[in-house]
Design a protein around this ligand. Structure first.
Ligand SMILES: Cc1cc2nc3c(=O)[nH]c(=O)nc-3n(C[C@H](O)[C@H](O)[C@H](O)COP(=O)(O)OP(=O)(O)OC[C@H]3O[C@@H](n4cnc5c(N)ncnc54)[C@H](O)[C@@H]3O)c2cc1C
Length: 494
């Protein structure tokens, strides 16, 4: 264990385990690397000084690096990534680049209508900016703005969006286009979709190609990128020093963009619940997807807590994900966050339930990744209490593809001192909830997850869940992290 160097008054330890994400290479990342973007950034060795040191080479870290170079080009930026850029959640997600309008009701509760509208507009702009980046960096086909369907796939889910829509109307926002029930079923590719909303301003991205292109752009802009460079700790005091196995980086400002891995810091972990999300992908069946109209690139999520989210790929696969996988004990991410294991079969049965015509299509791939569910349902941006030179952003709650673009702007302003990100207080505080200590937190979390799964199974079968199941399911502390590509919660379904 590292001892504190001279001048340091405190030490922040990051994951003791190796952040070994190479076990969970997704189909997206393999495709991006096979497509020629296998440029290796050197491992960090020695000692250096930098203005801003970014820890984490996912969307958040990479957008922050690029934004710093845009608003303050003279700033020296060093980015350290434990594995390779895009190996974390950014290269493993469903690729839904969504706005925050589906969270509007919750945003209003957190920060009032005026701020909620402003944040919604910023998140909407973020999706457009991602499209503009893809266009400029010759990966235009990695971004398809074909919209998102927020669907009901059982009777219980119908109308789940009504309060949100009413509230949006009250404040003059109309992100959803009216569609009849038949049109929703057609857009989403099967009669299992009983009703829903259509948001045309959301997009499907190939997330790993986007992450690798961001790394290349940051490198070209002068950011010093180091892969296979896991940070062990941050020492702070007179100076701030980022400590790795083979050296250290002295930095004026540190941006910790390590997603769920940041939950190892107690101050940050107190506001997060780390849960895996799992994804399967079929073999390419372009004609079969064309036959059901699921070849246009529309993204679909249903309205359950253990959300099902799905979309086609350019080569005609169906990618189908499900939230609420492995729950982390003490927020520690292990190898069981790389693959869904036995859960892949349960996800396949959800795929077949949703698309009966694909019953015989083989599954070619599966992978998982950690989700940083925030207790407020929204990401937060804070300076650590005892180490104000360390900025942390976490808590995307499974909706980070679009919003991480916005986060990059906020963090760049904060790290350069050129602004404060213009955020309401609710997003500048680590959220809290009265959760018990481990092992009760873990055991309780599992019980709640199992109850949610039972409740949703019953609803699929048009049955009423029992009162204890309903009671337990209602105790989900991350229930505010609702609506989107990936939602919380709970349990392995077996
Ligand atoms: C399976 C899955 C499906 C999802 N689907 C969607 C979706 O469809 N739409 C959506 O909006 N969001 C989705 N999300 C969430 C979204 O992927 C994330 O919110 C977003 O990618 C977060 O980006 P990030 O840069 O903050 O984190 P990451 O991409 O995880 O980047 C963090 C990086 O930090 C590195 N790191 C960690 N510790 C250290 C250390 N000590 N030293 C150096 N580096 C370190 C990690 O290796 C990692 O690369 C999904 C997530 C998962 C896992």
């Amino acid at each position: 264990m590292a001892s504190i160097s001279r001048g340091a008054t405190g030490i922040i330890r990051l994951s003791r385990r190796r952040v070994q994400t190479s076990g969970g290479r997704s189909l997206w990342l393999r495709e991006a690397l096979d497509g020629g973007d296998s440029y290796d950034y050197p491992q960090f060795e020695g000692a250096t000084k930098t203005d801003v040191c970014i820890i984490g080479g996912g969307f958040t870290g990479l957008w922050t690096a690029l934004e710093i170079k845009r608003i303050a080009p003279e700033t020296d930026v060093t980015l350290l990534e434990a594995d390779i850029c895009g190996a974390g959640a950014s290269g493993r997600n469903g690729g839904f680049a969504l706005t925050w309008w589906a969270h509007f009701q919750h945003l209003v509760e957190l920060c009032g209508p005026e701020e909620a509208v402003k944040l919604g507009q910023r998140a909407q702009r973020a999706v457009q900016q991602i499209g503009e980046f893809c266009e400029r960096h010759q990966i235009a086909d990695a971004f398809q703005m074909q919209g998102w369907v927020w669907a009901a796939t059982n009777a219980q889910q119908v109308g789940d969006w009504e309060q949100t829509v009413k509230l949006l109307e009250r404040f003059g926002v109309a992100p959803y286009e009216p569609r009849s029930r038949a049109q929703i079923a057609e857009l989403a590719g099967s009669a299992q979709h009983l009703d829903g909303l259509f948001e045309p301003i959301s997009a499907a991205v190939q997330p790993a190609r986007l992450a690798r292109a961001l790394a290349r752009a940051a490198h070209n802009a002068g950011v010093r990128i180091h892969e296979h460079s896991q940070v062990a700790s941050i020492e702070h005091g007179q100076h701030t020093s980022v400590v790795l196995a083979r050296g250290s980086v002295n930095a004026d400002q540190v941006v910790l963009a390590a997603n769920a891995w940041a939950a190892q810091i107690p101050e940050i972990g107190a506001g997060l619940v780390v849960v895996a999300s799992d994804v399967i992908a079929t073999v390419p069946v372009p004609e079969r997807l064309a036959a059901i109209g699921m070849n246009r690139g529309v993204c679909v999520s249903d309205s359950r807590r253990l959300v099902n989210y799905y979309r086609p790929t350019l080569d005609g696969r169906m990618v189908f994900g499900k939230g609420g996988g492995t729950l982390a004990y003490a927020n520690a991410i292990g190898r069981n966050f790389d693959h869904p294991g036995r859960r892949a079969a349960a996800i396949r049965s959800q795929l077949v339930r949703t698309y009966p015509s694909l019953w015989d299509v083989a599954i070619a791939d599966s992978w998982s990744g950690p989700i940083d569910y925030s207790l407020s349902g929204m990401p937060f941006f804070v300076r650590l209490r005892d180490a104000p030179s360390v900025l942390v952003c976490a808590g995307f709650s499974g909706d980070g593809v679009g919003p991480s673009r916005l986060a990059g702007e906020v963090l760049a302003e904060m790290a350069t001192g050129l602004g404060d990100g213009d955020l309401p207080r609710a997003l500048r505080t680590v959220p809290s909830a009265p959760l018990p200590p481990e092992p009760l937190r873990y055991l309780g979390g599992r019980a709640v997850r199992a109850a949610i799964a039972r409740k949703e199974r019953a609803e699929d079968l048009h049955m009423r869940p029992g009162p204890i199941t309903k009671l337990l399911a209602g105790l989900d502390p991350t229930s505010s992290a609702d609506r989107g590509s990936e939602r919380v919660a709970g349990p392995d379904e077996h």
